[in-house]
Design a protein around this ligand. Structure first.
Ligand code: NAP
Length: 319
């Protein structure tokens, strides 16, 4: 049996759906049933139920967005750093392998390959870099699992949320056996205020940047495939291969969904941060070579986006 923590959440629900589809026996527990944030409670529950694998899809994301984490710092630290550390220690004590939903938001920007040299750029929204993204997309490379997070408490500025996610990766390194699955901006065909494709349609104005993103079902499939294939433990970037600009996503939405509204963009970073956002946002490109080399199949981002929009289910319709 697999033990699923955080099954009531946006990502946890997708894990539950996919485990059911695969007919993989699993037990979902909520904090209301077993307070898995407490080491003693979690350890006794693990001793009792003896799962062969544990999935941690619990955490504190901040609602409606990461700005909320700047206020609820204790909850953010408890949910995103202390909880994975507690799970790591409990699982290590009982030799239970496990997987943790980490995040790509511990990076900002991408690696830029120009004139034979590769450098890191933290802000691809800069006009000259955005032009490069549009004209020579092959010059943009993603961060790999061996790159040090550059949007973390060690490399400020970062959001408090991102800081706690990066700290968790550091804190659990070397404890027991685990996968750290880095998710990034989940989306799919189900209109929902947690879905990136719904969010961009609802913002009064859109912020143009460059990102790797993860189709929610593709993400959980890839995570479960890594475990089923018994791929080596460690960190994996789990996004759909490639990257998108928000402007391109809007063009796809206009072409396929043909919404009544017209989309406006923030003029620049200065306007976006002055009016719409408090804490710095991570926008980044991820490299998924390690995931693909492990034999996991995942659709290119353009294919996943097109499929989601062509099969779009508005929130008012039954799913
Ligand atoms: N959504 C994203 O955009 C995104 C992107 C990258 C990474 N992630 C990561 O994916 C994980 C799941 O995110 P999500 O979007 O599914 O979050 P969510 O919808 O808010 O669900 C998280 C679940 O975690 C549990 N939980 C445990 N401790 C908590 C705490 N202190 N505060 C709030 N909930 C807590 C809750 O389940 P019970 O109380 O029922 O146990 C809750 O339903 C998080 O680690 C997040 O950092 C999310």
């Amino acid at each position: 049996m697999i033990l699923l923590l955080g099954a009531t959440g946006y990502v946890g629900q997708a894990f539950g759906d996919e485990l059911r589809r695969r007919k993989t026996p699993f037990t979902a527990v909520s904090r209301a049933q077993v307070d898995y944030t407490r080491f003693d409670a979690l350890l006794s529950f693990l001793r009792e139920t003896k799962p062969i694998f544990l999935i941690n899809s619990a955490g504190y994301t901040g609602k409606p967005n990461v700005d909320a984490c700047e206020i609820a710092k204790a909850d953010t630290l408890a949910g995103n750093t202390m909880l994975p550390l507690t799970i790591a220690n409990a699982c290590a004590a009982l030799k239970i392998p496990w997987g943790h939903v980490s995040s790509g938001c511990i990076f900002s920007g991408a690696k830029v390959n120009q004139n034979g040299t590769v450098r890191q750029e933290k802000n691809l929204a800069r006009p000259d870099l955005m032009e490069l993204v549009e004209k020579i997309p092959s010059s943009i490379q993603g961060f790999t699992e061996t790159d040090e997070p550059n949007f973390s408490f060690r490399q400020m500025p970062c959001s408090f949320y991102s800081g706690t996610k990066a700290l968790a990766e550091e804190a659990i390194a070397g404890i027991g056996e685990s996968y750290l699955w880095r998710l990034r901006i989940p989306f799919d065909e189900f209109d929902n205020n947690r879905n990136y494709l719904s969010k961009v349609q609802r913002y009064p104005k859109v912020y143009n940047n460059v990102n790797s993103i993860s189709h929610r079902r593709d993400f959980v499939n890839a995570c479960l495939d890594l475990w089923e294939r018994r791929a080596p433990f460690g960190i994996y970037n789990v996004t759909n291969p490639g990257f998108v600009t928000t402007r391109h996503v809007i063009e796809w939405i206009e072409k396929i969904l043909k919404p009544a509204r017209r989309f406006e963009f923030w003029a620049n970073d200065e306007e976006f941060y002055r009016v719409a956002a408090k804490t710095p946002r991570s926008n980044c490109v991820m490299d998924v070579s390690k995931l693909l080399a492990a034999g996991v199949k995942i659709r290119p981002v353009e294919e996943a986006l097109e499929h989601s929009l062509k099969n779009w289910i508005p929130e008012t319709q039954p799913k």
